[in-house]
Design a protein around this ligand. Structure first.
Ligand code: CA
Length: 407
């Protein structure tokens, strides 16, 4: 027994020694990489002082960055779940508050750039929850650290990360932000409107006139930068992103085609709220984003400009729909083809409220079933002897409502 214990102890000592040695040499390699990369940075005009400031106190790769870089979602989010995560009572409520607080700035930006203020609010919401992600830095990433980590350790993203790192160093050298405040996503998207450094280089604007293009702390700067990206990519002043459309029978055969709104109307495509399309000479692409049984959309130029921000239909549609709602228009009329048992956004909010009442959930009531909601679902399922799959469903909602005594 005793001998076994000694062996066990010895084993742990050897293993921890090996881990320590391994990490020391990994850290040394990382430091060497940073030292070696200065030659490249110097060619782009980065001073030694800027370089040292940017990497002060950074000794080892950020393991969270590599974890996120490796993460592959198990299943693709369905478009209706994606939209619910972005357009929900919470994002609408905070959006109304932010609109009030920033009324004069939003009006000035709208006048100057010709981008509807609700589109800017929607982008701000979708990108950083109206800047709220900066309240908890533990979930964010220091840009020089994250980009150096990717450049050093992620072969697939190394070229991208090196280019972004050079741009990030230029931003620091220019004095727009202190390196210790230069926070963003694991992949280097910066500030409240999430610009990668090379895009910051192209579009960043000092809108509040303090001499710094500060998309971290300055709401005017962050929103002006977003508006500038849209305008530089062909935003059409005064136009909508597109329309939800009710397709005529067998309208799906036109999916992907582009025609004028007048031509679409002639083929029998209508707005489900009974209103007319405006700007009938404008061209629009027909998109069924959830197959032939889902709603149709007629996407105009501004929809594709929003995609310059993030090249995904679901992203651009969520920005457009959120902007419409924030402007006071009603939401979508037609339903998504939800599978049996799936919850709509109001039911997801109710589920969160029930789980909160039972003490399992502590997040926002936003209908966004993320990791916090899923963990609370798992706790509930375990406690009540249900299959633990972390998935929201009608059956789960029924059980939660019963347990929490809510209707
Ligand atoms: Ca500024």
């Amino acid at each position: 027994m005793k001998l076994q214990h000694i062996w066990k102890t010895l084993f742990y000592i050897i293993v921890s020694f090996a881990i320590t040695m391994g990490s020391v040499s990994a850290d040394t390699k990382f430091r060497n990489w940073i030292n070696g990369f200065y030659a490249t940075a110097a060619k782009h005009g980065i001073s030694k002082a800027t370089y040292n400031k940017a990497f002060k106190g950074i000794k080892s790769p950020d393991p969270r960055v590599l974890e996120r870089a490796r993460y592959q979602p198990e299943f693709r989010t369905k478009i209706w779940d994606y939209i619910d995560a972005k357009v929900n009572p919470y994002s609408l409520g905070v959006g109304a508050e932010k609109k009030r607080q920033n009324a004069s700035v939003l009006k000035a930006l709208e006048d100057h750039f010709g981008v509807n203020q609700h589109v800017l609010l929607a982008l701000w919401s979708v990108e950083s929850n109206y800047g709220a992600i900066f309240q908890d830095r533990s979930k964010l990433f220091n840009a020089p650290h994250a980009l150096a980590t990717l450049a050093y350790a992620d072969r697939k993203r190394s070229k991208y990360a090196r280019a972004q790192l050079i741009s990030a160093l230029k931003i620091i050298q220019h004095g727009d932000v202190q390196p210790s405040d230069m926070y963003g996503s694991w992949a280097g998207a910066l500030g409240q409107t999430q610009f990668i450094p090379t895009s910051y280089d192209l579009y960043a604007i000092d809108a509040d006139g303090d001499g710094k293009k500060d998309i971290w702390r300055s709401v005017p700067d962050a929103l002006a930068t977003a508006a500038n990206l849209l305008v530089k990519n062909g935003w059409r002043r005064g136009e909508t992103w597109g329309y939800e459309a009710k397709a005529p029978r067998s309208g799906y055969k036109y999916n992907g085609q582009t025609k004028t709104l007048a031509q679409w109307a002639k083929l029998g495509f209508k707005r489900p709220n009974g209103k007319r399309f405006s700007g009938t000479g404008r061209r629009a692409e027909l998109k069924f984003l959830a197959g032939a049984n889902g709603p149709a959309f007629l996407m105009m130029r501004n929809f594709f400009v929003i995609k310059k921000y993030n090249n995904a239909n679901s992203y651009a549609l969520s920005v457009g729909l959120l902007a419409d709602r924030l402007a006071g228009y009603p939401g979508m009329v037609q339903r998504w083809p939800l599978p049996p048992g799936a919850l709509n956004v109001d039911e997801k909010v109710l589920l969160q409220k029930g789980l909160a009442k039972l003490g399992y959930y502590k997040g926002e009531f936003d209908g966004n079933i993320g990791s916090g909601s899923r963990a609370s679902i798992a706790k509930f399922q375990k406690k009540y002897g249900l299959t633990v799959d972390e998935k929201p469903s009608q059956n789960l909602l029924k059980a939660v409502k019963k347990a929490a005594r809510i209707r």
